[in-house]
Design a protein around this ligand. Structure first.
Ligand code: HEM
Length: 126
């Protein structure tokens, strides 16, 4: 059943569901595998998942557990293209539709599109 309100618990479900898709994806997956490996229970992935839960909780719930620079790591991942970002957004959108009712999914989608646009602009991706 799709969640009708945002909680830290369902953000965790959303983040986990998203990265399961990411790891299977031929376009986006390799960037994550190169940095974090292909096992979501390993010592690189576990802190990454926690970080991303906190990141989205800070955006959606106003939590203050995320302190970091979300953009910086993306300057060191090799060549990210528009296609890479578009695929990331597609998988994120699919995940949101699975986990949340449409009105909540739409809020996360809107934020993700804005952030992805900022990242692409900062990376000088046309
Ligand atoms: C082309 C699409 C993307 C790829 C391939 C990608 C890949 C990655 C990878 C591999 C990391 C881990 C880096 C490390 O630990 O050294 C990371 C971190 C992160 N990504 Fe992305 N990412 C993409 C787009 C996005 C977007 C659109 C967002 C937000 C809407 C986002 C949010 C984050 C955040 C918050 C972190 C953690 C930053 C920190 O260390 O505090 N990413 N990303």
């Amino acid at each position: 059943m799709q969640a009708q309100e945002i909680t830290k618990e369902n953000i965790r479900t959303m983040v986990n569901t998203f990265y399961v898709k990411i790891l299977k994806d031929e376009i986006v997956g390799p960037f994550f595998i190169a940095k974090l490996g292909d096992d979501m229970t390993n010592e690189h992935w576990v802190p990454h998942l926690d970080l991303l839960v906190n990141f989205w909780a800070s955006i959606a719930l106003g939590d203050s557990d995320y302190r970091g620079n979300p953009f910086m790591p993306h300057t060191q991942l090799g060549e990210l293209k528009r296609e890479t970002f578009e695929q990331w957004l597609t998988l994120f959108s699919e995940t949101l539709d699975e986990v949340y009712i449409p009105s909540i999914a739409a809020q996360f989608k809107e934020r993700s599109i804005i952030i992805a646009g900022n990242f692409m602009r900062n990376l000088r991706i046309a």
